[in-house]
Write a protein of this length. Structure first.
Ligand code: PHE
Length: 337
């Protein structure tokens, strides 16, 4: 029988056999019957080399086409068995599944990002600074007198004679002023550290967002404007703000800013300790002494700065009464945000 006829016959035969296969076992048997080293199809292929040379190219091509076709059909069939295996009882879909963990941003990160987004919308540029600072950046250049109580071991973690864990984000002001000329409008979020007793209100580390703007003719009214705009966007239109006179070595005048207690709306409650107000930040006009330390002309430039406590703001936003929860990372707590 001519080779091409045999090819046609074996094609029909294999196709019809494959169609009637109904179990994986039968399938495997059929596969080896034809495609093993001594299988019927393999043997037929071996006949190719005995054909007269002028017939070989056409026969070879047809044989290859068929081989590829059968390959495809067998793969398809194999796949259909695998699917049936899953659907056919090996997998019990009524069993409880394994729940995969859903990753989320930490609540402090969420609040921090919310704050940053609002200020970026008002033209601030984000800059970072090191957590480990020298006395110069953390204190001296910010006009802290040598004997200022904030330098006391109680508040500052010293890492050596001259290195400290920064106690606030204000040193970033100095670092930026040294490198750039006004106008500068910067936001510097980051971690700060204080050697304080740990309790529900304070922790040995927390987050601040520092903001500052230096240019010609920057006024306290600009500072008020930016902070009121921020508070309304973050807490809602109805939020009330209060500026209280205060003191920081690196600002003059200085203020602390409170918001109306968001729990009791000013009537007095545990959260605001019956004061009706909650402090969220310190701020002021940058002291000329700071400008002199970095070589800015205090006659020409003025600027404001503020530093807000991110943890504080997060406590207020979510109505949480213990700051330690943010650092213990109990998954039952974190999952709620
Ligand atoms: N650095 C001050 C603090 O940590 C806050 C502050 C920042 C005050 C900027 C005034 C201006 O308490």
């Amino acid at each position: 029988m001519a080779f091409l006829t045999k090819l046609k016959e074996i094609e029909k035969l294999i196709e019809s056999r494959l169609n009637s296969v109904s179990s994986p076992k039968e399938f495997e048997e059929l596969e080896s019957e034809y495609f093993n080293r001594k299988g019927k199809f393999s043997l037929l292929m071996k006949e190719l080399k005995d054909l007269p040379p002028d017939l070989r190219p056409e026969a070879g091509e047809k044989a290859n086409i068929l081989k590829r076709k059968l390959n495809g059909l067998f793969q398809e069939k194999a796949l259909s068995f695998r699917e049936k295996k899953v659907a056919g009882g090996l997998v019990d879909f009524s069993l409880p599944g394994h729940r995969s963990w859903e990753g989320k941003l930490h609540p402090l990160t969420q609040v921090l990002e919310g704050i940053v987004e609002i200020f970026c919308g008002m033209g601030f540029e984000v800059v970072g600074g090191p957590d480990i600072e020298t006395n110069y950046y953390n204190f001296d250049a910010l006009n802290f007198p040598r004997d200022h109580p904030a330098r006391d071991m109680q508040d500052t973690f010293y890492l050596g004679r001259d290195l400290v864990l920064r106690t606030h984000t204000s040193p970033v002001q100095v670092r930026v002023f040294e490198k750039r000329k006004p106008p500068v409008k910067i936001l510097a979020p980051g971690r700060v550290y204080r050697h304080e007793a740990i309790n529900s209100r304070s922790y040995c580390l927390f987050y601040q967002v520092e903001g500052f703007y230096v240019d010609e003719n920057v006024t306290f009214a600009d500072l008020k404007g930016i902070l009121i705009t921020f508070a309304r966007e973050f807490f809602g239109k109805e939020i009330e703000l209060r500026f209280r006179a205060s003191f920081f070595p690196f600002t003059e005048p200085s203020a602390e800013v409170d918001i109306r207690c968001i729990i009791c709306k000013g009537k007095g409650c545990g959260l605001c300790k019956h004061r009706g107000w909650l402090e969220i930040l310190g701020a002021g006009m940058i002291d000329p002494a700071v400008f002199e330390a970095v070589g800015y002309d205090p006659e020409r430039y003025s600027g404001y700065a503020f530093g807000m406590g991110v943890d504080r703001i997060a406590l207020l936003k979510y109505g949480i009464d213990d700051i330690r929860l943010f650092y213990e990372n109990d998954i039952r707590f974190l999952r709620q945000f």
